[in-house]
Design a binder for this molecule. Structure first.
Ligand code: PGA
Length: 264
């Protein structure tokens, strides 16, 4: 727990299209040992891993067999339950693999697969239908930032994504400025806080006060062990969605252990 309204922080590793299932085993074991060696307290921070689909069964089996306290998530799901949708993966299948989370609307899906706000909303509904918690990604491009400032686009995207969500439902929101993803140029903690507070207000309006108080709002975009503590000090930032730095066990472990960093 941290001081952020009692919300347990979530540090989520989005592997994107990296690490095959054999590499995943080595990675998960190394991360687990590194945290154990550091005597990391597992219940102080929730750790979420988001491997490629082809790794999920293997990682699930390892977490289960070795009682490793990480949560599993997928990087996307189909809006449909089953049927003639070649190449798509149903939320029902993810639920069977003990996935707790699924990332929806990542900027790479929006940009390379033309995922619109309507598609994102349909996928959020599919996640809830199958008992998965959607990690809804929103964020402005560099052009949006110039034209509209930092919050207008993420607020509009989240409003659309939550339009059909039932009051009190569980969601995670990830604020990921597109210009910060993979660029080495993270937002400032102040900017992340400003947008995170506005996104929490959207959650409050859409699904209620209690849900808004419980919802974790993550920051993502060039998060590293050297900048995580600054984000985590902000009252509305409850964790991070980490891409590149989640692929190196020592570095990801250091991000998870942000509470131990000097100066926190
Ligand atoms: P990054 O990616 O940490 O490599 O910037 C974040 C993300 O895309 O989720």
């Amino acid at each position: 727990m941290n001081e952020n309204g009692g919300r347990t922080p979530l540090i989520a590793g989005n592997w994107k299209m990296n690490l095959d299932h054999l590499q995943a085993v080595a990675f998960v074991q190394k991360l687990h040992w590194t945290l154990k060696d550091a005597k990391h307290e597992a219940d102080s921070v929730e750790v979420g891993l988001f491997p490629p689909f082809t790794d999920l069964r293997t990682v699930q089996t390892l977490l289960d067999a070795d009682k490793i306290p990480f949560e599993l998530g997928a990087q996307d799901l189909s809006a449909h339950d089953s049927g003639a949708y070649t190449g798509e993966v149903s939320g029902a299948f993810l639920a069977k693999l003990a996935c707790r989370y699924v990332i929806i609307g990542h900027s790479e899906r929006r940009a390379y697969h033309d995922e619109t706000d309507e598609v994102v909303a349909a996928k959020v509904a599919a996640a809830h239908k199958h008992g998965l918690v959607p990690v809804i990604c929103v964020g402005e491009t560099a052009e949006d930032l110039e034209a509209h400032g930092s919050s207008a686009v993420p607020v509009a995207q989240l409003t659309a994504a939550l339009a059909g969500v039932a009051a009190g439902a569980e969601v995670v929101v990830a604020y990921e400025p597109v210009w910060a993803i993979g660029s080495g140029q993270a937002a400032t903690p102040d900017q992340a806080q400003d947008v995170a507070a506005k996104l929490r207000a959207v959650v409050r309006e859409a699904i209620g006060d209690e849900a808004a108080a419980r919802t974790r709002v993550l920051y993502g975009g060039s998060v590293k062990s050297s900048n995580i503590a600054g984000f985590m000090r902000e009252p509305d930032v409850d964790g991070a969605l980490v891409g590149g730095a989640s692929l190196v066990p020592e570095e990801f472990a250091a991000i998870i252990r942000y509470q131990n960093h000097v100066g926190v």
